[in-house]
Design a binder for this molecule. Structure first.
Ligand SMILES: Nc1nc2c(c(=O)[nH]1)N[C@H]1C(S)=C(S)[C@@H](COP(=O)(O)O)O[C@H]1N2
Ligand SMILES: [Mo]
Length: 431
């Protein structure tokens, strides 16, 4: 029964090679797009790994959304505080590049689509393995790009689970990607060598011919007349990427470009005044009540068996220091440097008796629930003289939405660890 189905050849429709008629489809176009993706996805992977390391996930359970990662955390290292714009840069690149590569990814999928319908579905064990890896490759790519974009656009649509989905999805995807690249790279190199890019970019529609048929099965056996040159096709993809770059990059680059970040939900003009810079979650959204941050608010500093409780005036009476630092969110947006002022975290450690190099700290907010209500910072972060419990920004008190009465600001720290509405600091204890 099965063998007779196979003998009859593919059913009418996309499993038949004649179904696909674009004269542009062929190994050269696929190789060009593949080479761009190889470079781009490598950068995405590295910046993604860095983004994860920046959370110091091994420091405390509260920092780690993926406690079952096992050896996937093999490369983790203490995230530095210098240069202070490090996370702004790596995460800006991660998100911007991810968005910019979307047209390339879609074009690449278009260019190989006949192979996704190849007939018979399974010929041999090795071919079955290859098809399974392609399923993981294509599915993984769509999944990782989609979860990334949804997280940016829809304000953490998967509350708490975005990291988990994106993290494990990326490892599955990158595994399939490495296998795919290893199998395909000789063909890509050969194909790109055989045809000059410069010449291809000078070829108009009138002289656009299908590539010679080969074993890849990408070239249509029944090509239609071209309606576009390869130059045109690459130009269209490139233009799509440029448009996305134009409406995204401003959220990370800042300056006058910020106004062009049309696609970025928190990228654009946040209003005037000293507190006029991006807000991730407002006080109202996370359920901060007026009395939580009013005159009843206290700062509790604990550690080494001691505890001090301070009013805001008492915190203001401690030595105040300034630091010019950005907020840089995992979503890719960042602010330019803001002028924060407040008490050094190291000075607060000294307040409870840590007179030498200070230990790490566990920071808690008055916010009662949600993954961002607390964060653990490592000793190197506490030690940096620019790491503050900030009370003021740009010469004014923090606004309630930026974390009044007090918030953490640490150089190169992912935004989510710059906890707002801080009420308790616990130094030197594993929590
Ligand atoms: N308590 C608390 N702190 C928080 C958050 C939060 O939701 N709750 N959001 C974090 C995130 S994700 C970011 S990017 C920064 C944003 O700071 P901003 O709103 O002042 O720009 O605050 C962080 N601090
Ligand atoms: Mo964030």
């Amino acid at each position: 029964m099965l063998s007779s189905v196979l003998r009859e050849g593919p059913p009418a429709g996309p499993s038949r090679p004649e179904f696909w008629r674009s004269p542009l489809r062929g190994p050269w176009l696929t190789s060009v797009l593949g080479a761009v993706l190889l470079a781009g996805i490598t950068v995405l992977f590295v910046t993604g790994l860095l983004s994860y390391a920046a959370y110091n996930p091994d420091l405390a359970p509260s920092n780690d959304q993926t406690p079952d990662k096992g050896w996937l955390g093999f490369y983790l290292f203490p995230w530095p505080t210098s240069p202070y714009w490090l996370y702004r840069l790596t995460q800006g690149i991660h998100v911007t590049l991810g968005i910019v590569l979307i047209p390339v990814l879609l074009a690449k999928l278009w260019s190989v689509i006949p192979r996704l319908f190849a007939w018979p579905p399974v010929k041999s064990l090795s071919q079955a393995f290859e098809r399974l890896s392609l399923l993981l490759l294509v599915g993984g790519a769509l999944f990782v790009f989609a979860t990334g974009v949804l997280n940016i656009q829809l304000d953490y649509i998967f509350p708490g689970s975005f990291y988990v989905l994106h993290f494990y999805g990326s490892w599955v995807f990158i595994g399939a990607f490495v296998v795919h690249v290893a199998f395909r790279i000789p063909l890509v190199v050969r194909t790109l060598r055989a045809r000059s890019m410069g010449k291809e970019l000078r070829t108009p529609i009138s002289r656009t011919k299908p590539e010679p048929a080969d074993e890849t099965g990408l070239v249509s056996p029944r090509p239609a007349e071209p309606t576009m040159s390869r130059r045109g096709a690459l130009g269209m993809v490139g233009a799509g990427s440029l448009v996305l770059l134009g409406v995204t990059a401003g959220q990370s680059v800042g300056g006058w470009l910020r106004g062009t970040a049309l696609l970025a939900p928190r990228g654009q003009d946040p209003g005037p005044g000293p507190n006029g810079f991006q807000i991730n979650k407002t006080a109202a959204v996370v359920g901060i009540r007026a009395r939580d941050i009013g005159h009843q608010w206290r700062l509790v500093v604990r550690g080494g068996g001691r505890e001090r409780t301070l009013t805001r005036d008492q915190v203001l009476a401690l030595p105040q220091h300034g630091a010019a630092l950005p907020i840089a969110c995992v979503e890719g947006w960042s602010t330019s440097d803001q002028e924060w002022s407040g008490v050094r975290l190291a000075d607060l450690a000294a307040l409870v008796g840590f007179s030498g190099p200070p230990p790490g700290v566990f920071v808690e907010s008055v916010q009662r629930s949600g993954a961002f209500r607390s964060a653990a910072l490592r000793d190197n972060q506490v030690r940096d003289p620019r790491s503050l419990l900030a009370l003021r920004v740009n010469g004014a008190d923090l606004s309630p939405d930026h974390g009044y009465p007090a918030r953490v600001i640490v150089p190169a720290n992912p935004g989510v660890h710059n906890t707002k509405w801080v009420t308790r600091l616990t130094f030197g204890e594993r929590v």
